[in-house]
Design a protein around this ligand. Structure first.
Ligand SMILES: [Zn+2]
Length: 285
């Protein structure tokens, strides 16, 4: 079990708060929410009422009350959520927060002892805070409900059948080395145990690729893999939220307290041979 998984699970199993998953369309946000709902449902079986409002329901979950909305027919997330709250669910998943009305109902629902899960379109996890404040959510309400934001992307997974290690060189490697935050990245990876500690962590480093085989249709890839950044809302961040600090300041504070960025997680997974450096550069900066 990875450390990210354990931390997410710990926050997920609290009975209240708001957890958001962010990323562009097709980044696997719904899959993550479904995985969270299944896990919390299994963990707290028969105790909780889990309900969802989705556009549309993409996947049917056992013991979960799922409602499909149809915005084209005039049924918005906000009105469906309003109706749903009368049934007093313990855990609510809202497919997406797109407008202030939905955001406000969601925040207030999470404020009164419910767990609320949803998704938001932002580039990174920390961007969720300014995004919601820009929509018009009161920063103090957000600070008292938000517990975790997961930023997420999908990369192609190297085919395990034809994976081979390749020397660390080429355009992507050069691009990595010329990043202004290269030193920081190396230190972060050493702290996380993805790179050897010591004076020359880059000595003998290997990257990987799929040579192409019959199992992967000669593409070198098979399936996909999530890369994540977990933005945990601690007291310091909460305080910054109420003071309406800007996005860059909040992100810098999160990284200073150990948040692993999407790019760092991707890079760690490239060093483990799960994906390529090119894939990481394609989806994260
Ligand atoms: Zn293959």
């Amino acid at each position: 079990m990875s450390a990210d998984y354990e931390r997410t699970l710990h926050i997920l199993l609290r009975p209240f708060g708001m957890i958001l998953v962010t990323g562009p369309t097709g980044s696997g946000k719904s899959t993550t929410l479904y995985a969270m709902l299944s896990r919390v449902g299994a963990e707290r079986r028969n105790i909780v009422n889990i309900s969802t409002v989705e556009d549309p329901v993409e996947y049917t979950l056992p013991r979960v009350n799922q409602v499909s909305i149809n915005p084209n027919a005039g049924m918005a997330f906000s009105s469906a959520l309003h109706t749903l709250l009368r049934q007093d669910p313990d855990i609510i998943m809202v497919g997406e927060i797109r407008d202030l009305e939905t955001a406000e109902i969601a925040v207030r629902a999470a404020l009164v002892g419910r767990l609320l899960l949803s998704t938001l379109h932002t580039n990174d996890a920390t961007g969720a805070v300014p995004r919601l404040v820009d929509m018009g959510v009161e920063p103090y309400l957000l600070a008292s409900t938000l517990t975790l934001v997961v930023g997420q992307r999908l990369v192609r997974r190297i085919c395990p059948n034809c994976r081979e290690s390749v020397p660390a060189e080429g355009a992507a490697w050069d691009a990595l080395r010329s990043r202004p935050d290269f030193e920081e990245l190396i230190h972060a990876l050493q702290r996380q145990g993805a790179l050897a500690k010591g004076a020359n962590p880059l000595a003998g480093i290997r990257l990987f690729k799929g040579k192409g085989c019959i199992q992967c249709g000669s593409t070198g890839f098979r399936g996909r893999l999530g890369i994540f950044e977990l933005f945990e809302i601690d007291d310091e961040i909460r305080h910054m939220m109420t003071k309406c600090e800007d996005a860059m300041t909040i992100r810098a504070a999160a990284m200073a307290s150990g948040m692993k960025t999407l790019f760092q997680d991707g890079l760690a997974k490239a060093l483990l041979g799960q994906t390529t450096l090119e894939e990481v550069f394609r989806v994260a900066l």
